[in-house]
Design a protein around this ligand. Structure first.
Ligand code: ZN
Length: 141
């Protein structure tokens, strides 16, 4: 009885397709367009070439800064439809007036001063206790 010699299915597996690139499909033609934002970022998304040119977006949102990016490098869209990102300080200034800011700052400074004075007093008290304890142990001898 032959064990495995000449078996046709040896080395193959169920569902194995044809070898090579055939089952990967064809590579679709594509157009790459460059989009430029005011901040100088360039995006180069690819579009399927069978899409009409008129259907391709004229502007996209720059993924780096969120501003609109257009096709004209020399003249990127500047009329921001999105608000540009603000710094934390800009948001704080929106919520608080100069006077409020001054008051908050003074409160914070007063708090820190009080904490430091308390810490200094505590350190002084601890030092006194230590000295008293040292005196006691010295007189015990
Ligand atoms: Zn950008």
């Amino acid at each position: 009885m032959a064990t495995n010699g000449g078996s046709a299915i040896r080395g193959s597996r169920v569902g194995a397709g044809p070898m090579g690139e055939e089952d990967r499909g064809f590579k679709a033609d594509r157009i790459v367009r460059n989009y430029y934002c005011v901040m100088g970022h360039v995006q180069s998304p690819a579009f399927a070439s069978n899409v009409e040119i008129e259907e391709l977006p004229v502007e996209i949102d720059c993924p780096n800064c969120g501003l609109p990016a257009g096709l004209d490098q020399a003249n990127p869209p500047s009329n921001a439809k999105h608000e540009p990102y603000k710094t934390h300080l800009a948001y704080v200034k929106e919520r608080r007036s100069e006077l409020e800011a001054k008051q908050l700052l003074e409160e914070a400074i007063a708090l820190i001063k009080a904490k430091r004075i308390a810490a200094a007093a505590a350190a002084l008290a601890a030092e006194k206790l230590e000295k008293a304890a040292a005196k006691k142990s010295a007189t015990k001898k």
